[in-house]
Design a protein around this ligand. Structure first.
Ligand SMILES: [Zn+2]
Length: 130
C-alpha cells in the first residue's frame, strides 16, 4: 500500500509529494547524501534503497512538485526562485544488526547556509560495519 507523503526542498522550501510504501520510515531530507546511504532515482526502485535522490522541481512517476513552499525555519533560502533545481536527498531510517544507524557527520542543516555546500567529510573509517 503506497500513499503520498509531503517533503520540502531544504534549499528553497518547495513542497513535493512522493508516493511511497508506508513501511518506509523517514529519517531526514538533506541537501547532501548521508555517508553510508545508497540513493535511488525517484523513477527507480527506491523501496530497496536507503533513500531517494531528488532534483527540486523535477517530477517523476511517483514524485510531484507542488506550487507550495514551506516556511520552515531550516529552509536555506526562502527568497530563492522556486523550484530551485538543487539536488536533495530523502533518507530512510536504516538498521544494521537491529540498531538504527545514525549518519555521520551529524546533519548540519543550518551551517550549510553560511559556508556553501560542504560535502561529505574527508576520509573516515567505516563506522557502521559496511
Ligand atoms: Zn528547491
Amino acid at each position: 500500500m503506497s500513499y503520498p507523503v509531503s517533503y520540502y526542498c531544504p534549499h528553497c522550501g518547495t513542497v513535493a509529494e512522493i508516493e511511497r510504501e508506508g513501511y518506509l520510515a523517514d529519517k531526514s531530507v538533506t541537501p547532501y547524501p548521508l555517508v553510508g546511504w545508497e540513493y535511488a532515482d525517484p523513477d527507480g526502485d527506491f523501496e530497496t534503497a536507503d533513500g531517494i535522490r531528488l532534483v527540486c522541481g523535477e517530477d517523476a512517476d511517483r514524485v510531484r512538485w507542488t506550487e507550495q513552499r514551506s516556511d520552515a525555519d531550516d529552509v536555506e533560502d526562502p527568497a530563492a526562485d522556486a523550484p530551485c533545481g538543487s539536488e536533495l536527498y530523502l533518507s530512510f531510517v536504516r538498521y544494521v544488526d537491529g540498531e538504527e544507524v545514525e549518519p555521520r557527520p551529524e546533519p548540519t542543516y543550518t551551517e550549510i547556509a553560511g559556508g556553501g555546500p560542504s560535502g561529505p567529510d574527508g576520509p573516515s573509517g567505516p563506522r557502521f560495519g559496511r
